[in-house]
Each structure stands twice: as C-alpha cells, then as structure tokens.
Unconditional design. Structure first.
Length: 437
C-alpha cells in the first residue's frame, strides 16, 4: 500500500483512497478520517472526509493546518457508518501510512547563502578520478599546469577556453525509478471524463473518471437498500432486511391476551348444540347465530286454546288456558304461571281505536283495554294481533251496556315482540301496557 508523504506543515497533497467495499456509497453514510502518530500513539486527526466520490467508492481528505505538525510515520484509517447503523473500518487488515518529513532549512535569506567558488590549481593526474568529477559539470577558476590537465583530455576531462569540464563515463544505461516515473507521467494523458494527475514530488499517478451518465433512475438494488434502511420496527413489530436475498421481513409478536370478538363468536358457536325441535345455525362469515324451534305438536286447536291473563296487585300475571279439547295440551287446565313484569304504564292518551301499533320493546307486552259504558249506553271492543297490520281478531270480545248502570269490562292479551296490535270498537275507558320479563 503506497505511503502518502508530506513535508512538515504542508496541507497538500490530499489523502485520496479508493475503498474496497461490498456495496456502493450513496452519500447518506457518515465517513470519517482518523490519523495517529506512530511513535507517541497520539490521535492527531478525527474529521469527516472532505469529498466522497460515490460512483468510484473513493474518499478524499484535505489536510488542515496542524494535521502535519508531527514528524515521522502516521497510521490512518477510514471509518464508515452506514445508514442501517453498521460500522466498517478500512483497511481492515492494516493501516494507511502517512509520512511527515522535515523540510530543509528555509530560514536563511538568499544573500546569506554559503556559495564558495571552486578554484583549481595544479592537479596531478593521479589526484583526479572519474567518480570525483561525475557530479561536476563545469569547473571554473585559475587553471595552471597545462601539461598535467592536457594529459587527461580524452579520458574523463576536457579543456575548452580555459574551462575544465568533467565527462560522464558512466556506461550504465538503466534508468532510475524517478526517470521512469517522469516518462510515464508525461506519456499518459486523459480523455473525455478521464483525468490523469501525476504528482512528481509524491511519486503518485492518479487516474480519475467522472460519471457523465445523466440517467438519475435508481436501480432496483438502490431502491431496495433505501427501503430496507427506511423501514424500522416498533413495539412488538420487527423488520429484517436481507440485502443478499433481497427480502424484507416484517414480523409482529401479539402480546394481547384479550380474545377478539371473532374468537369469542367461534367459541360460542362451537359450544351450543341443538336438541329436539330446536336447531342452531352459526354463520361464521356473517357473524350471526340463529336459534330456531319448530312446533311439532299437531294436537293443538287454536280455537280452543286461547289463554287469558289476569294481572294481580302483587305485580304478577296469571295465565289460564281454556281447554275443551280432549287431546294433550301444553298447559294443564286450571294451572297458573307467575311471570315477572315491569311497571304498568297508562297509554290512554297515546292510543286510539282502529289504529295499529307495534311492540318494539324486544319483550312480550301485556295490553289491557277497559271499556267505559255510561248508563243507557253500549260499548263493544275487539283485540287484533298479527305479524302485519291486517285484522286478526283474537280472544274474547267485550260487549257491555244497555243497562241502567254504568258497566266496565276488560280485554287483554300478550303481544309478542315485533308483532302489530290494535283495538277496534268504541267505548275505550283506559289503555294500559306492561312489559314482561
């Protein structure tokens, strides 16, 4: 791995590295540059990188004043914090190397520089060797002893107009690394979006390419990575993005032990069973439970089994059945059953003869209507109960009057929920209704 070399106090060249990554940089990452002085172990740089070249996975850090104040070798590394929180350090098997070298003494002004002349006096041939003169291009000064100097001409020295010149006798034709670098640096040239930068001092050749693709459409992989980093879990929900398999898994753990309405409906639907003439129909999709009962008793004669009801002062209703049929009936003749009921309400002001009403209480409704007949008059009432508003006369009628005294009579029945009912006739004295159950 090449060493980046700077003179003490310099801020250029910048630190530029192409990173070996298993995914592309997008610009949403946090990337920092760290540099530590090798000998002291002191951290001297902890800064974000100056530039990120996403298309080439390259990062650049421009050294700041004070970064290169310590001499000798430094260790450096790049630390990337990805959008999903993962941290990656590069390189992961060694360190980048940055060397800070001491500059020459720059504090002496030009007029104080020590530049002595080189004078050549009498020089014997055996005192001059080729290696001594290879570093000298031209020697000037007083030259004496022409015979001695002349004897060297043609070997490694030449004399022209009183000047002694060294002749390069090095027969080594192999070029140095610096010469090769200069040739290559001058040979290569950039074109189009590609640029070439040769730093002779640092001994580096940087080939860069600028992405000229104007297509801003994201790839499928880029979209997946963005969504994978964007979606996060919360509470009992977790999100797992597998970049390699291109899958995004959203999981939820239900910590609620309260049963839902659907679960309760399923339990009740499975719990109830029908018996005899009853049937149970549970519609899971509609969320309904229907209980039906079919009357299989074919022995009852509706004309002979109309019950009559008497309300007592103790808040109960006596139900009596008139049974003149010789077959078995649902109620034994002469028996009574006490039924719970709510307070009786006076509906006289809200009801009228020949008008239909409907039991909307959701419970059986006891309807009691009392006739009122003054002396010499006559009253006749009939009670109707049906599924629809159509006459269906039931029970005993009240027909009183023609006497000298005022007389009273009551017609009553229990109206099932949702049934329609009305009183026909004249002479309504009081209309009472009581909800049962």
């Amino acid at each position: 791995m090449p060493v980046v070399t700077l003179k003490q106090g310099d801020t250029t060249p910048e630190f530029e590295q192409e990173l070996e990554l298993d995914r592309e940089l997008t610009g949403d990452e946090s990337i920092r540059f760290y540099m530590e002085h090798e000998e002291s172990g002191t951290l001297v740089v902890n800064q974000p990188v100056t530039e990120v070249k996403e298309s080439q996975n390259q990062v650049v850090y421009d050294f700041q004043e004070g970064d290169t104040s310590r001499l000798d070798m430094h260790h450096a590394e790049i630390v990337i914090t990805w959008p999903d929180g993962e941290v990656q350090t590069l390189p992961n098997d060694q360190n980048f190397e940055v060397e800070i070298v001491e500059p020459v003494n720059r504090d002496v002004p030009p007029e104080q520089l020590d530049r002595p002349d080189i004078n050549v006096g009498v020089v014997d041939a055996d005192q001059i060797t080729a290696p001594t003169l290879q570093a000298v291009e031209t020697l000037t000064g007083s030259v004496t002893g022409d015979q001695t100097i002349s004897s060297l001409v043609g070997e490694n020295l030449s004399v022209e107009n009183g000047a002694l010149t060294a002749v390069d006798t090095d027969t080594n034709t192999e070029r140095t690394d610096e010469e090769i670098e200069d040739v290559v640096g001058a040979l290569l040239a950039g074109s189009g979006a590609t640029t070439i930068s040769y730093d002779d001092q640092a001994g580096t050749l940087t080939i860069s390419s600028t992405d000229t693709d104007t297509d801003t459409q994201l790839t499928d992989e880029q979209v997946r990575d963005i969504v994978g980093a964007f979606v996060t879990g919360g509470g009992a929900t977790t999100v797992a993005y597998d970049d390699a398999d291109n899958t995004l898994t959203i999981s939820s753990t239900d910590t609620n032990t309260q049963r839902s309405n659907e679960e309760i409906q399923d339990v009740v639907g499975a719990l109830l069973t029908a018996s005899g003439a009853a049937s149970i129909d549970y519609d899971d999709q509609a969320g309904s439970l229907t209980i039906n009962a079919t009357d299989t008793n074919t022995q009852l004669d509706p004309g002979h089994h109309n019950p009559t009801y008497d309300s007592d002062e103790d808040g109960t209703i006596d139900a009596d059945v008139d049974n003149t049929n010789t077959t078995t009936d649902a109620l034994t003749v002469g028996t009574s059953a006490e039924l719970p009921m709510d307070a009786r309400t006076d509906e006289t002001a809200n009801r009228s003869s020949s008008s239909w009403y409907q039991n909307t209480t959701g419970k059986p409704l006891l309807v009691e209507v009392t006739t009122s007949n003054t002396s010499g008059g006559r009253s006749a009432l009939a009670l109707h109960v049906n599924d629809t508003e159509s006459d269906n006369r039931i029970g005993a009628d009240s027909d009183v009057g023609d006497g000298a005294d005022t007389t009273y009579a009551t017609v009553s029945t229990i109206v099932p929920p949702s049934q329609h009912y009305k009183i026909s006739g004249t002479g309504i004295g009081k209309w009472s209704e009581t909800t049962i159950g």
